[in-house]
Write a protein that binds this ligand. Sequence first.
Ligand code: PGA
Ligand code: ZN
Length: 425
Amino acid sequence: MSHIQSVVARSVWDSRGCPTVEAQVTLSSGHTGRAIAPAGASTGAGEAKELRDGGHTFKGLGVGQAVRLVHEVVAPALQGMDIHDQAAIDAAMCRADGTPDKSRLGGNSLTAVSLACLWAASAHADLPLWRYLSGSDEVSLPLPEIQIFGGGAHAKGSVDLQDFLALPHGARSFAQSLEWVAEVYHAAGKSLSQQGKNLGVADEGGFWPQFGSNEAAIEALVKAIELAGFKPGVEVSIGLDLAATQYHSAGVYHWRSEGRQFDRDQLLQVYERWVNDYPIISMEDGFAEDDTEGMRIMTALLGDRLQIIGDDFFVTHAAQIAERAAMGACNAVLIKPNQVGTVSETMAALQTAKQHQLDSIISARSGETEDVSIVHLAVGWGVPQLKVGSFSRSERMAKWNEGLRIEQSLGRSGTYPAEHLFRWL
Ligand code: PGA
Ligand code: ZN
């Protein structure tokens, strides 16, 4: 047994150069744990609210108040608690916050403290975090979903869709998956540069391209997979995060880059044609976060041959997953710890997804840091897919590299489940 002795928070910097909260927990045994909260840009309305200082400094994104409240409210509430009772720790923080959306203490501080406690508990148990979570269960490395082109809210002025991802489901190990996607990523970059279409780097590290249409970006990704020497749809397929809330308003879906507007049925027709014409096996947030009917008809039409993920649509909330899954919307859930604010609630979301036969994908945010907690959550909880952005910039590579370390430490005892995913392939 070891107890929480102190909780210290500080303001550190994320991959967009914005402040974020880091928490450090020290135990009576002397062990410590540390974690940093990430931040979204295309956030869902139902997410835990970040506590930001407002005003002019740092675009209003300072976290001085959040840090102060960790010291004044969270630390006293947690002091003396058993570090191995994560549920009680998270419940104590939720009680201290007292709001349904964590707006008093901030989802950002609660996420950092909750994860820091988990790291401290694994340090006290003298286990890697993934092993602390998995117990003696056999574990697997997740299939990486890696962004090649970024658009939408992460690359303003580019195409409307947010993520064009490579899914190397034909690879036989996590390491091989990364090797394959590295080739696709570099082939895509070379091809863009040759055509003079590379505008820079999007928020999650992918290329920020200048394409004439959203579909042109899909075509370019198919080309990049082929140029890299892989068979599209067999070895490497495509995933899209459409983040459709960003191009939805008053019942109309509007792609500004193309000057086109759609109603729900017209948009679904476009998606159906794309699934028929391209090696697309996964689509996230194809309809807006409040368009349950859109997600429902998409799942009814395409759910037997497409992974249909809800991200902003579920916001990692167990109750919202249960309610909307029961209506037939989506067959997979994106899991982001800071959308809900604590480790225990994230776990509840995962369990609810499982109960409703939904697949799960653990995901980073567009604003990230060197924190690698989510990789350990994916391995330790047996979540078979991991999405952390692109194949460049160290806040992304830190996660891929952590996966490589874990895979190597498993040696022959680890399995790689990618071939069991996407059962229609
Ligand atoms: P966000 O985007 O972190 O900016 O919300 C990531 C995603 O939509 O998956
Ligand atoms: Zn998303």
